[in-house]
Ligand binder design. Structure first.
Ligand code: ATP
Ligand code: LTN
Length: 344
């Protein structure tokens, strides 16, 4: 049976779409907030997962590095457990419908909606010169999502506003040009939605800061580097090991949140696990153990996949072909509704 199509006559399975940028090093926040959810939820749904290389171009990239990281990220997603028999994994720029649909959606998106995006405001404030691509970023993301009649978009909390914008754009288009798009919903995990930096538990763990020693745990980091980063994680001067809303105790809460997201336990049972722990040193050792337990096999499998780049490229080519089969007809419908003539 082809991926995506259920048995004849069966009700349509929920469609899932999500993306991740190949810029920067993938970290534990990306894994717990997004990738692990994609892997855990891939059965029983129709899944599209995309390495969004076009989104990465919104900030300057070194071409060679971007090419290397695009393949490495695809391998990492497979190593983390995405199964090509259950999902379509592809590179965004291989399916040209995304960039074309973005243009058509641009023409129905009010500029004010884009200026309101908090990620844009944060980034624009930090940069001297701001490219049009940075402002347009969420419209390309809306194109990604809407081309696949997506029902669910599993992302970390930071992307919720962008998914809501995609929904607003879809509603506006449907009103202007007739029912074309399914309205998507963001699916945010309860644990791991916002993993914070180990060096500053009040700021989210971020790819763009992943190179800063002690900030992030990168999925491909050496076990020793990970041990050191966790052992130096910022905590507080107390010794109580429990979840707390107190910003002064954010470091301990973050470590517990990481433990909880990896083990899939409730807050109460996480706290019970630490009832016999002696101080933060013990907490950090046990959190390190669960992190290494989940990352070691991923690292190993990633190395195997990277050893055969031709096979990886073949797999991505198959993914792009399957994605085109869905995105192509949707783009044609968009063009037709807007009054473009299709080539004979
Ligand atoms: P940057 O922080 O530099 O913008 P990023 O780390 O957010 O990059 P993306 O490729 O933009 O990386 O995100 C991929 C996925 O990981 C998204 O679904 C995003 O919501 C999720 N994610 C990113 N950071 C975190 C985090 N700290 N905690 C939980 N989820 C996260
Ligand atoms: N903007 C997202 C990546 C992304 C995405 C998407 C996520 C691009 N297109 C479509 C979900 C659905 C990010 O930076 N995390």
């Amino acid at each position: 049976m082809a991926v995506g199509s259920g048995p004849p006559g069966a009700p349509r399975r929920p469609r899932v779409f999500s993306g991740i940028q190949p810029s920067g090093d993938v970290h534990l926040g990306n894994y717990l907030g997004a990738i692990k959810r994609w892997v855990d939820g891939q059965r029983d749904k129709e899944n599209y997962f995309c390495v969004v290389d076009l989104h990465s171009l919104t900030v300057p990239q070194d071409p060679e590095t971007l090419r290397r990281q695009t393949r490495s990220l695809a391998a990492l997603l497979l190593a983390a457990g995405l199964d090509p028999a259950q999902c379509t994994l592809f590179v965004q720029s291989h399916v040209t419908a995304h960039a074309e649909a973005c243009w058509l959606l641009n023409c129905v998106t009010p500029l004010g909606w884009l200026h309101r995006m908090t990620q844009y405001k944060d980034r624009a404030a930090r940069q001297e010169s701001v490219g049009a691509g940075l402002l347009d970023y969420p419209v390309l993301m809306a194109a990604d999502i809407l081309l696949y009649d997506t029902d669910e978009v599993p992302v970390g909390e930071d992307q919720q506003q962008h998914v809501e914008l995609a929904r607003d754009i879809a509603e506006r288009w449907n009103r202007l040009h007739g029912e074309t798009f399914v309205l998507p919903t963001a699916v945010i995990p309860t644990a791991g939605a916002r993993v914070m930096g180990l060096d500053d538990p009040t700021a989210k763990m971020s790819k763009s800061q992943a190179h800063v020693p002690g900030h992030a745990i990168r999925l491909l980091d050496d076990p020793d580097v990970i041990r050191r980063a966790v052992s130096r994680a910022v905590t507080d001067s107390g010794n109580e090991i429990r979840f707390s809303d107190d910003p002064a105790r954010a470091g301990v809460t973050n470590l517990l949140g990481i433990y909880q997201a990896i083990t899939d336990k409730s807050e109460r049972s996480v706290q019970a696990d630490f009832a016999d722990a002696r101080g933060y040193g013990d907490l950090k050792r046990r959190v390190t153990d669960v992190i290494l337990g989940v990352l070691a096999p991923i690292r190993e499998r990633h190395a195997e996949l990277m050893a055969d780049p031709a096979e990886l490229d073949r797999l991505l080519a198959r993914g792009a072909e399957r994605a085109r089969a869905v995105a192509g007809p949707k783009l044609a419908e968009m063009k037709q509704r807007m009054g473009l003539i299709l080539p004979a």
